[in-house]
Design a protein around this ligand. Structure first.
Ligand code: NAD
Length: 251
């Protein structure tokens, strides 16, 4: 047993990339998995695919920055799969095409970045902690970023939001530890998902050469760490942040 089999898991933003890989891994480890994503088609397709192994899955289109949409989604998840044991707060992104120096910043971008990275994590966590406390069991895994600790250029609002995720993780980890609930964060470095794959090949090669491990991360590298924090091997680990970045930046 791994502590994941038979549990109910929710992975936010799991229609693509890292979230998709985490959802697939938790399903392969025997959890029922709710795949929730802004992109309804992607959520349904991933849910159908990872359910082929025999576990129950549910794919829902949800905007994880909307409190009402989240409340409705979790109601449906609990009614369909049961109370949530594992929550992976994966939704998030940087400003991508709207990146800027702080001195030139558009404050609308700040609101978007805080909402999608930090508020989504807080709102989804709020949906599960009550029931986890009652059942004296729960695993919350928040996806932060290496940017939260290395302060990468032109992603100041993303770094701030992801650092907020680490602070939130530590704070509720302390509150919830007496109830058998662990809360941890995983911080990917550059990982081969669609945003990275759009970069010029030469740039990808240059970045890869600068990483001690000699390559960028793959979504399954992140899913391995998420599986650790979702299962019973991490029962005595809480409030921690694990960077999964090939040694690019060390805490
Ligand atoms: N890929 C990287 O290099 C990298 C590095 C560090 C951290 N991260 C973090 O990892 C997480 C996943 O990143 P990724 O690269 O897999 O992203 P991705 O863009 O490939 O996938 C993100 C998914 O989230 C969904 N999504 C976006 N906004 C949403 C919303 N409001 N509600 C619900 N779903 C929403 C998208 O539709 C998409 O399916 C993010 O939190 C990101 O900040 C990624």
């Amino acid at each position: 047993m791994n502590g994941i089999t038979g549990r109910v898991a929710v992975v936010t933003g799991s229609g693509n990339g890292i979230g998709q890989s985490c959802a697939a891994r938790l399903a392969a480890d025997g959890a029922s998995v709710a795949v929730i994503d802004l992109d309804t088609e992607a959520a349904r397709a991933v849910a159908a695919d990872i359910g082929k192994g025999g576990v129950k899955t549910l794919g829902l289109g949800v905007d994880c920055t909307s409190r009402t949409a989240i409340e409705n989604a979790f109601e449906e998840i609990v009614a369909t799969l049961g109370p949530v044991d594992i929550l992976v707060n994966n939704v998030g992104q940087s400003a991508r095409g709207r990146m800027s120096d702080f001195a030139d910043a558009d404050m609308d971008v700040l609101d978007f970045i805080l909402d999608v990275n930090l508020k989504s994590c807080v709102l989804c966590s709020r949906q599960v902690v009550g029931s986890m406390k009652e059942r004296q069991y729960g695993k919350i895994v928040n996806i932060t970023s290496e940017s939260a600790v290395n302060g990468s250029l032109k992603t100041w609002e993303y770094s701030a939001a992801k650092a907020g995720v680490i602070g939130f993780t530590r704070s509720i980890a302390r509150e919830l530890a007496p109830f058998g609930i662990t809360v941890n964060a995983v911080g990917p470095g550059a990982t081969r998902t669609r945003a990275i794959d759009q970069l010029p090949v030469e740039l990808i090669e240059r970045i890869s050469k600068g990483i001690p491990a000699g390559r960028m991360g793959l979504p399954k590298d992140i899913a391995n760490a998420v599986a650790f924090f979702s299962g019973d091997q991490s029962d005595y680990v809480t409030g921690q942040t694990l960077l999964v970045n090939g040694g690019n930046w060390m805490l």
